[in-house]
Design a protein around this ligand. Structure first.
Ligand SMILES: Cc1ncc(COP(=O)(O)O)c(C=O)c1O
Length: 432
Protein backbone atom coordinates (compact mmCIF):
# COMPACT_ATOMS: atom_id res chain seq x y z
CA UNK A 1 0.00 0.00 0.00
CA UNK A 2 1.35 3.38 -0.93
CA UNK A 3 -0.38 5.44 1.75
CA UNK A 4 1.69 8.53 1.06
CA UNK A 5 0.41 8.60 -2.49
CA UNK A 6 -3.19 7.99 -1.38
CA UNK A 7 -3.07 10.87 1.08
CA UNK A 8 -1.97 13.35 -1.56
CA UNK A 9 -5.28 13.42 -3.46
CA UNK A 10 -7.43 16.26 -2.29
CA UNK A 11 -9.78 17.46 -4.96
CA UNK A 12 -13.07 15.72 -5.72
CA UNK A 13 -11.86 15.25 -9.29
CA UNK A 14 -8.69 13.46 -8.20
CA UNK A 15 -10.49 11.33 -5.65
CA UNK A 16 -13.21 10.42 -8.14
CA UNK A 17 -10.61 9.39 -10.72
CA UNK A 18 -8.97 7.14 -8.13
CA UNK A 19 -12.37 5.80 -7.08
CA UNK A 20 -13.39 5.02 -10.64
CA UNK A 21 -10.28 2.90 -11.11
CA UNK A 22 -11.17 0.54 -8.28
CA UNK A 23 -14.91 0.94 -7.57
CA UNK A 24 -17.49 0.49 -10.34
CA UNK A 25 -18.60 4.00 -11.31
CA UNK A 26 -16.50 5.31 -8.43
CA UNK A 27 -19.36 4.85 -5.95
CA UNK A 28 -20.62 2.18 -3.58
CA UNK A 29 -24.28 3.00 -4.28
CA UNK A 30 -25.37 4.36 -7.67
CA UNK A 31 -27.43 7.28 -6.35
CA UNK A 32 -24.21 8.92 -5.14
CA UNK A 33 -22.77 9.19 -8.66
CA UNK A 34 -24.40 12.50 -9.69
CA UNK A 35 -25.66 10.88 -12.90
CA UNK A 36 -28.98 12.70 -12.60
CA UNK A 37 -27.39 16.12 -12.13
CA UNK A 38 -24.03 15.74 -13.90
CA UNK A 39 -20.63 16.79 -12.58
CA UNK A 40 -18.23 15.23 -10.13
CA UNK A 41 -19.53 13.75 -6.88
CA UNK A 42 -18.48 15.35 -3.63
CA UNK A 43 -16.20 13.49 -1.21
CA UNK A 44 -16.79 14.05 2.51
CA UNK A 45 -14.23 13.79 5.27
CA UNK A 46 -16.33 14.64 8.28
CA UNK A 47 -19.72 15.76 9.52
CA UNK A 48 -20.92 17.57 12.61
CA UNK A 49 -24.44 18.71 13.35
CA UNK A 50 -26.06 20.02 10.18
CA UNK A 51 -22.78 20.38 8.31
CA UNK A 52 -20.34 18.25 6.37
CA UNK A 53 -16.76 19.11 5.42
CA UNK A 54 -15.63 17.97 2.00
CA UNK A 55 -12.24 16.62 1.01
CA UNK A 56 -11.62 20.06 -0.51
CA UNK A 57 -12.25 21.61 2.93
CA UNK A 58 -15.53 23.20 1.93
CA UNK A 59 -18.21 23.36 4.60
CA UNK A 60 -21.68 22.45 3.31
CA UNK A 61 -25.04 22.52 5.08
CA UNK A 62 -26.32 19.01 4.53
CA UNK A 63 -29.93 18.27 3.55
CA UNK A 64 -29.16 14.68 2.46
CA UNK A 65 -28.58 13.35 5.98
CA UNK A 66 -27.06 10.14 4.60
CA UNK A 67 -30.37 9.57 2.78
CA UNK A 68 -32.41 9.62 5.95
CA UNK A 69 -30.79 8.02 9.01
CA UNK A 70 -29.36 11.23 10.50
CA UNK A 71 -32.44 12.78 12.08
CA UNK A 72 -30.18 14.01 14.91
CA UNK A 73 -27.57 15.37 12.52
CA UNK A 74 -23.97 14.24 12.11
CA UNK A 75 -21.94 12.87 15.02
CA UNK A 76 -24.47 13.63 17.75
CA UNK A 77 -22.27 13.65 20.91
CA UNK A 78 -24.45 11.22 22.90
CA UNK A 79 -24.75 8.78 20.01
CA UNK A 80 -20.99 8.92 19.43
CA UNK A 81 -20.34 8.33 23.13
CA UNK A 82 -22.70 5.34 23.26
CA UNK A 83 -21.11 3.85 20.13
CA UNK A 84 -17.62 4.28 21.63
CA UNK A 85 -18.67 2.44 24.79
CA UNK A 86 -20.17 -0.37 22.70
CA UNK A 87 -17.07 -0.69 20.51
CA UNK A 88 -14.86 -0.98 23.58
CA UNK A 89 -16.91 -3.96 24.72
CA UNK A 90 -16.52 -5.87 21.46
CA UNK A 91 -17.81 -5.26 17.97
CA UNK A 92 -19.69 -8.45 17.26
CA UNK A 93 -20.32 -11.78 18.94
CA UNK A 94 -22.82 -13.70 16.84
CA UNK A 95 -24.23 -14.63 20.24
CA UNK A 96 -27.27 -13.12 21.94
CA UNK A 97 -26.89 -9.88 23.91
CA UNK A 98 -29.22 -8.21 26.39
CA UNK A 99 -29.04 -4.98 24.36
CA UNK A 100 -30.73 -6.56 21.35
CA UNK A 101 -33.58 -7.77 23.57
CA UNK A 102 -33.88 -4.25 25.01
CA UNK A 103 -33.88 -2.78 21.52
CA UNK A 104 -36.58 -5.18 20.31
CA UNK A 105 -38.62 -4.37 23.43
CA UNK A 106 -38.27 -0.66 22.70
CA UNK A 107 -39.46 -1.08 19.09
CA UNK A 108 -42.43 -3.21 20.18
CA UNK A 109 -43.32 -0.65 22.87
CA UNK A 110 -43.22 2.29 20.46
CA UNK A 111 -45.19 0.43 17.77
CA UNK A 112 -48.18 -1.12 19.53
CA UNK A 113 -49.03 -3.47 16.63
CA UNK A 114 -45.50 -4.87 16.52
CA UNK A 115 -45.66 -8.05 18.61
CA UNK A 116 -42.27 -9.35 17.53
CA UNK A 117 -39.38 -8.00 15.52
CA UNK A 118 -36.32 -9.50 13.80
CA UNK A 119 -33.27 -7.28 13.40
CA UNK A 120 -31.32 -7.31 10.14
CA UNK A 121 -28.59 -5.12 8.67
CA UNK A 122 -30.35 -3.09 5.95
CA UNK A 123 -33.71 -1.99 4.63
CA UNK A 124 -33.29 -4.35 1.70
CA UNK A 125 -32.94 -7.32 4.03
CA UNK A 126 -36.03 -6.18 5.94
CA UNK A 127 -38.26 -6.07 2.85
CA UNK A 128 -36.83 -9.34 1.49
CA UNK A 129 -37.63 -11.02 4.78
CA UNK A 130 -41.13 -9.51 4.97
CA UNK A 131 -41.98 -10.69 1.47
CA UNK A 132 -40.56 -14.18 2.02
CA UNK A 133 -42.61 -14.39 5.22
CA UNK A 134 -45.74 -13.25 3.38
CA UNK A 135 -45.20 -15.88 0.69
CA UNK A 136 -44.40 -18.50 3.32
CA UNK A 137 -47.49 -17.94 5.45
CA UNK A 138 -49.96 -17.53 2.59
CA UNK A 139 -48.52 -20.22 0.34
CA UNK A 140 -49.06 -17.74 -2.51
CA UNK A 141 -46.58 -16.15 -4.92
CA UNK A 142 -47.85 -12.83 -6.19
CA UNK A 143 -46.84 -9.46 -4.80
CA UNK A 144 -48.49 -6.11 -5.46
CA UNK A 145 -46.18 -3.11 -5.31
CA UNK A 146 -46.56 0.50 -6.40
CA UNK A 147 -44.77 2.05 -9.33
CA UNK A 148 -42.05 4.39 -8.04
CA UNK A 149 -41.93 2.91 -4.54
CA UNK A 150 -38.46 1.52 -3.79
CA UNK A 151 -38.04 -1.34 -1.39
CA UNK A 152 -34.36 -2.19 -1.81
CA UNK A 153 -32.57 -4.14 -4.48
CA UNK A 154 -33.83 -7.72 -4.18
CA UNK A 155 -34.31 -9.28 -7.64
CA UNK A 156 -38.10 -9.38 -7.61
CA UNK A 157 -38.32 -5.76 -6.43
CA UNK A 158 -36.37 -4.41 -9.40
CA UNK A 159 -39.43 -4.30 -11.54
CA UNK A 160 -40.79 -1.66 -13.90
CA UNK A 161 -44.36 -1.34 -15.11
CA UNK A 162 -44.92 -3.56 -18.13
CA UNK A 163 -47.19 -2.62 -21.00
CA UNK A 164 -50.27 -3.61 -19.05
CA UNK A 165 -50.42 -3.06 -15.33
CA UNK A 166 -52.53 -6.15 -14.85
CA UNK A 167 -49.77 -8.34 -16.18
CA UNK A 168 -46.49 -8.89 -14.35
CA UNK A 169 -43.87 -6.19 -14.63
CA UNK A 170 -40.59 -6.33 -16.49
CA UNK A 171 -37.18 -6.43 -14.85
CA UNK A 172 -35.67 -2.97 -14.40
CA UNK A 173 -32.14 -4.32 -14.04
CA UNK A 174 -30.01 -6.63 -16.14
CA UNK A 175 -29.29 -9.83 -14.28
CA UNK A 176 -32.84 -10.15 -12.99
CA UNK A 177 -34.58 -13.16 -14.54
CA UNK A 178 -38.01 -12.63 -16.06
CA UNK A 179 -39.14 -15.44 -13.77
CA UNK A 180 -38.14 -13.38 -10.70
CA UNK A 181 -40.51 -10.56 -11.56
CA UNK A 182 -43.31 -12.48 -13.24
CA UNK A 183 -45.26 -12.61 -9.99
CA UNK A 184 -44.87 -8.92 -9.19
CA UNK A 185 -47.84 -6.74 -10.09
CA UNK A 186 -47.65 -2.96 -10.26
CA UNK A 187 -50.20 -0.26 -9.63
CA UNK A 188 -49.77 3.52 -9.69
CA UNK A 189 -49.36 5.03 -6.20
CA UNK A 190 -52.61 6.43 -4.80
CA UNK A 191 -54.72 4.49 -7.33
CA UNK A 192 -57.24 2.30 -5.51
CA UNK A 193 -59.10 1.53 -8.74
CA UNK A 194 -55.98 -0.14 -10.13
CA UNK A 195 -55.64 -2.05 -6.86
CA UNK A 196 -59.25 -3.22 -7.13
CA UNK A 197 -58.67 -4.44 -10.69
CA UNK A 198 -55.60 -6.38 -9.62
CA UNK A 199 -57.44 -7.91 -6.66
CA UNK A 200 -60.31 -8.90 -8.94
CA UNK A 201 -57.92 -10.70 -11.29
CA UNK A 202 -55.25 -12.02 -8.92
CA UNK A 203 -56.67 -11.71 -5.36
CA UNK A 204 -56.57 -15.46 -4.71
CA UNK A 205 -52.88 -15.64 -5.63
CA UNK A 206 -51.77 -12.49 -3.83
CA UNK A 207 -49.27 -13.05 -1.00
CA UNK A 208 -48.55 -9.42 -0.17
CA UNK A 209 -49.28 -5.79 -0.81
CA UNK A 210 -46.14 -3.78 -0.08
CA UNK A 211 -46.20 0.01 0.03
CA UNK A 212 -44.31 3.01 1.36
CA UNK A 213 -47.10 4.60 3.44
CA UNK A 214 -45.38 7.89 2.66
CA UNK A 215 -43.62 7.55 -0.68
CA UNK A 216 -40.07 8.87 -0.65
CA UNK A 217 -38.41 7.37 -3.67
CA UNK A 218 -40.03 9.37 -6.46
CA UNK A 219 -39.76 12.58 -4.50
CA UNK A 220 -42.03 13.00 -1.51
CA UNK A 221 -45.61 11.89 -2.16
CA UNK A 222 -48.22 11.64 0.56
CA UNK A 223 -50.93 8.99 0.44
CA UNK A 224 -54.30 10.39 -0.61
CA UNK A 225 -57.00 10.31 2.02
CA UNK A 226 -58.35 6.77 2.20
CA UNK A 227 -55.53 5.19 0.16
CA UNK A 228 -53.90 3.29 3.03
CA UNK A 229 -57.30 2.36 4.49
CA UNK A 230 -58.25 1.06 1.03
CA UNK A 231 -55.12 -1.09 0.94
CA UNK A 232 -55.91 -2.48 4.39
CA UNK A 233 -59.38 -3.38 3.21
CA UNK A 234 -58.11 -4.91 -0.05
CA UNK A 235 -55.57 -7.01 1.87
CA UNK A 236 -58.27 -8.22 4.27
CA UNK A 237 -60.53 -9.16 1.40
CA UNK A 238 -57.90 -11.02 -0.59
CA UNK A 239 -56.08 -12.62 2.35
CA UNK A 240 -52.81 -10.90 1.38
CA UNK A 241 -50.31 -9.69 3.97
CA UNK A 242 -50.16 -5.88 4.14
CA UNK A 243 -46.57 -4.66 4.46
CA UNK A 244 -45.73 -1.04 5.26
CA UNK A 245 -42.19 -0.22 4.22
CA UNK A 246 -41.33 2.46 6.77
CA UNK A 247 -37.59 2.45 6.12
CA UNK A 248 -37.85 6.21 5.49
CA UNK A 249 -40.99 7.14 7.42
CA UNK A 250 -40.41 5.10 10.60
CA UNK A 251 -39.57 7.34 13.60
CA UNK A 252 -39.42 10.29 11.17
CA UNK A 253 -42.58 12.18 12.22
CA UNK A 254 -43.00 10.82 15.74
CA UNK A 255 -41.19 8.16 17.81
CA UNK A 256 -43.21 5.43 16.12
CA UNK A 257 -44.37 4.46 12.63
CA UNK A 258 -46.53 6.47 10.26
CA UNK A 259 -48.99 3.54 10.28
CA UNK A 260 -49.41 3.97 14.03
CA UNK A 261 -49.76 7.75 13.70
CA UNK A 262 -52.35 7.58 10.93
CA UNK A 263 -54.29 4.68 12.42
CA UNK A 264 -53.86 2.10 9.66
CA UNK A 265 -52.40 -1.14 10.98
CA UNK A 266 -50.28 -3.23 8.62
CA UNK A 267 -49.53 -6.91 9.21
CA UNK A 268 -45.78 -6.38 8.86
CA UNK A 269 -43.58 -3.29 9.04
CA UNK A 270 -40.09 -2.81 7.62
CA UNK A 271 -37.74 -0.37 9.30
CA UNK A 272 -34.23 0.91 8.57
CA UNK A 273 -32.34 4.22 8.37
CA UNK A 274 -33.27 6.12 11.61
CA UNK A 275 -33.47 3.00 13.80
CA UNK A 276 -29.78 2.34 13.07
CA UNK A 277 -28.72 5.84 14.09
CA UNK A 278 -26.21 5.94 11.20
CA UNK A 279 -25.07 2.31 11.47
CA UNK A 280 -26.21 -0.54 9.19
CA UNK A 281 -29.52 -1.77 10.62
CA UNK A 282 -32.96 -2.82 9.48
CA UNK A 283 -35.88 -4.59 11.09
CA UNK A 284 -39.02 -6.45 10.16
CA UNK A 285 -41.78 -6.87 12.67
CA UNK A 286 -45.49 -7.24 13.16
CA UNK A 287 -48.15 -9.80 14.01
CA UNK A 288 -46.94 -12.61 16.22
CA UNK A 289 -48.78 -15.30 14.24
CA UNK A 290 -46.88 -14.21 11.11
CA UNK A 291 -43.49 -13.51 12.74
CA UNK A 292 -43.48 -16.93 14.40
CA UNK A 293 -43.12 -18.49 10.96
CA UNK A 294 -39.51 -17.28 10.85
CA UNK A 295 -36.76 -19.83 11.52
CA UNK A 296 -36.02 -21.28 14.04
CA UNK A 297 -39.71 -21.40 15.06
CA UNK A 298 -41.13 -21.75 11.58
CA UNK A 299 -40.01 -22.85 8.16
CA UNK A 300 -39.34 -19.42 6.62
CA UNK A 301 -35.56 -19.11 6.64
CA UNK A 302 -33.70 -15.90 7.41
CA UNK A 303 -30.33 -15.30 9.03
CA UNK A 304 -27.43 -12.83 9.36
CA UNK A 305 -23.89 -12.94 10.78
CA UNK A 306 -24.09 -9.30 11.88
CA UNK A 307 -27.84 -9.14 12.65
CA UNK A 308 -28.43 -7.35 15.95
CA UNK A 309 -24.85 -6.09 15.88
CA UNK A 310 -24.04 -4.50 19.26
CA UNK A 311 -22.46 -1.35 17.82
CA UNK A 312 -25.41 -0.76 15.48
CA UNK A 313 -27.78 -1.37 18.39
CA UNK A 314 -25.90 1.19 20.48
CA UNK A 315 -26.27 3.84 17.76
CA UNK A 316 -29.92 2.96 17.16
CA UNK A 317 -30.86 2.78 20.84
CA UNK A 318 -29.14 6.07 21.58
CA UNK A 319 -30.93 7.77 18.66
CA UNK A 320 -34.37 6.39 19.51
CA UNK A 321 -34.02 7.28 23.21
CA UNK A 322 -33.11 10.88 22.31
CA UNK A 323 -36.06 11.05 19.90
CA UNK A 324 -38.41 9.76 22.60
CA UNK A 325 -37.05 11.96 25.39
CA UNK A 326 -36.35 15.19 23.51
CA UNK A 327 -39.09 14.88 20.86
CA UNK A 328 -37.51 17.28 18.34
CA UNK A 329 -40.29 16.63 15.82
CA UNK A 330 -42.28 19.83 16.25
CA UNK A 331 -39.18 21.99 15.94
CA UNK A 332 -38.02 20.10 12.84
CA UNK A 333 -41.43 20.54 11.24
CA UNK A 334 -41.40 24.25 12.03
CA UNK A 335 -38.05 24.61 10.28
CA UNK A 336 -39.39 22.69 7.28
CA UNK A 337 -42.46 24.92 7.06
CA UNK A 338 -40.29 28.01 7.18
CA UNK A 339 -38.04 26.64 4.45
CA UNK A 340 -40.90 25.60 2.22
CA UNK A 341 -42.82 28.85 2.43
CA UNK A 342 -39.63 30.90 2.00
CA UNK A 343 -38.46 28.93 -1.02
CA UNK A 344 -41.90 29.01 -2.63
CA UNK A 345 -42.00 32.80 -2.22
CA UNK A 346 -38.59 33.15 -3.88
CA UNK A 347 -39.62 30.89 -6.77
CA UNK A 348 -42.84 32.86 -7.28
CA UNK A 349 -40.90 36.13 -7.28
CA UNK A 350 -38.47 34.76 -9.88
CA UNK A 351 -41.26 33.23 -11.99
CA UNK A 352 -39.92 29.67 -11.62
CA UNK A 353 -42.53 26.89 -11.52
CA UNK A 354 -42.04 24.70 -8.49
CA UNK A 355 -44.26 22.64 -6.25
CA UNK A 356 -42.84 21.70 -2.86
CA UNK A 357 -44.10 18.57 -1.17
CA UNK A 358 -43.43 18.49 2.57
CA UNK A 359 -44.23 16.47 5.66
CA UNK A 360 -42.45 16.76 9.01
CA UNK A 361 -38.80 17.46 8.20
CA UNK A 362 -39.02 16.02 4.68
CA UNK A 363 -39.36 18.03 1.50
CA UNK A 364 -39.00 17.70 -2.27
CA UNK A 365 -38.88 20.70 -4.57
CA UNK A 366 -40.56 19.40 -7.74
CA UNK A 367 -39.71 21.61 -10.70
CA UNK A 368 -43.26 21.85 -11.99
CA UNK A 369 -46.46 23.67 -10.95
CA UNK A 370 -48.71 20.69 -10.46
CA UNK A 371 -49.37 18.56 -7.41
CA UNK A 372 -47.72 15.15 -7.59
CA UNK A 373 -49.69 12.02 -6.71
CA UNK A 374 -47.73 9.24 -8.43
CA UNK A 375 -44.64 8.42 -10.49
CA UNK A 376 -46.11 9.62 -13.79
CA UNK A 377 -46.84 13.01 -12.19
CA UNK A 378 -43.34 13.18 -10.68
CA UNK A 379 -41.75 12.45 -14.05
CA UNK A 380 -43.30 15.63 -15.48
CA UNK A 381 -40.82 17.66 -13.41
CA UNK A 382 -38.14 19.64 -15.22
CA UNK A 383 -35.03 17.67 -14.34
CA UNK A 384 -32.76 20.07 -16.23
CA UNK A 385 -33.89 22.94 -14.00
CA UNK A 386 -33.51 20.70 -10.97
CA UNK A 387 -29.91 19.87 -11.94
CA UNK A 388 -29.09 23.57 -12.38
CA UNK A 389 -30.66 24.35 -9.01
CA UNK A 390 -28.73 21.50 -7.38
CA UNK A 391 -25.37 22.75 -8.67
CA UNK A 392 -26.13 26.37 -7.88
CA UNK A 393 -26.99 25.43 -4.30
CA UNK A 394 -23.91 23.21 -4.05
CA UNK A 395 -21.61 26.00 -5.13
CA UNK A 396 -23.26 28.22 -2.52
CA UNK A 397 -22.69 25.75 0.32
CA UNK A 398 -25.69 23.40 0.40
CA UNK A 399 -25.69 19.65 -0.22
CA UNK A 400 -29.05 18.38 -1.51
CA UNK A 401 -30.07 14.97 -2.83
CA UNK A 402 -28.49 14.73 -6.30
CA UNK A 403 -31.76 13.72 -7.98
CA UNK A 404 -35.18 15.29 -8.54
CA UNK A 405 -36.85 12.08 -7.39
CA UNK A 406 -35.63 12.03 -3.79
CA UNK A 407 -36.51 13.55 -0.45
CA UNK A 408 -34.39 16.14 1.36
CA UNK A 409 -34.22 15.90 5.14
CA UNK A 410 -34.10 18.52 7.87
CA UNK A 411 -32.59 17.22 11.11
CA UNK A 412 -32.76 18.27 14.74
CA UNK A 413 -29.29 19.75 14.25
CA UNK A 414 -30.39 22.27 11.61
CA UNK A 415 -30.67 25.85 12.84
CA UNK A 416 -32.91 28.77 11.93
CA UNK A 417 -29.85 30.29 10.33
CA UNK A 418 -29.33 27.20 8.12
CA UNK A 419 -32.89 27.62 6.85
CA UNK A 420 -32.67 31.38 6.32
CA UNK A 421 -29.44 31.10 4.36
CA UNK A 422 -30.96 28.25 2.32
CA UNK A 423 -33.93 30.43 1.37
CA UNK A 424 -31.67 33.32 0.35
CA UNK A 425 -29.45 31.03 -1.74
CA UNK A 426 -32.51 29.41 -3.35
CA UNK A 427 -33.78 32.88 -4.29
CA UNK A 428 -30.49 33.64 -6.05
CA UNK A 429 -30.50 30.24 -7.76
CA UNK A 430 -34.04 30.75 -9.09
CA UNK A 431 -33.09 34.14 -10.53
CA UNK A 432 -30.15 32.59 -12.35
C1 LIG B 1 -38.51 2.86 1.46
C2 LIG B 1 -37.21 2.11 1.37
N1 LIG B 1 -37.21 0.79 1.56
C3 LIG B 1 -36.08 0.07 1.51
C4 LIG B 1 -34.87 0.67 1.24
C5 LIG B 1 -33.62 -0.14 1.19
O1 LIG B 1 -32.85 0.13 2.31
P1 LIG B 1 -31.26 -0.14 2.31
O2 LIG B 1 -30.66 0.85 1.38
O3 LIG B 1 -30.88 0.05 3.75
O4 LIG B 1 -31.07 -1.54 1.86
C6 LIG B 1 -34.83 2.05 1.03
C7 LIG B 1 -33.55 2.72 0.73
O5 LIG B 1 -33.47 3.88 0.44
C8 LIG B 1 -36.03 2.79 1.09
O6 LIG B 1 -36.05 4.11 0.88
Amino acid sequence: MNNAKHNESKTDTELFARAQAVIPGGVNSPVRAFQAVGGTPVFVKEGRGSKIVTAEDRELIDFCGSWGPLILGHAHPQVVEDVKVAVEHGMTFGINTEREVEFAELLCRQIPYMDQVRLVSSGTEATMTALRLARGVTGRNKILKFDGCYHGHADYLLVAAGSGLLTGGTASSAGVCASAVQDVLLAPYNDLTAVENIIAEHGDALAAIIVEPIAGNMGLIMPNEGFLEGLREAANRSGAVLIFDEVISGFRLAPTTYGNSCGVTPDLTCLGKIIGGGMPMGAVGGRRDIMENLAPLGNVYQAGTLSGNPVAIAAGMSTLKILIEDSPYERIEKLAKKLVSGVQEKADAAGVDINIATKGGMFTIFFQKNDVYNLDDAKKSNTVKHAKFFHNMLSNGFYLQPSQFEVCFISAAHTEDDITTFITAAGKAFKQ
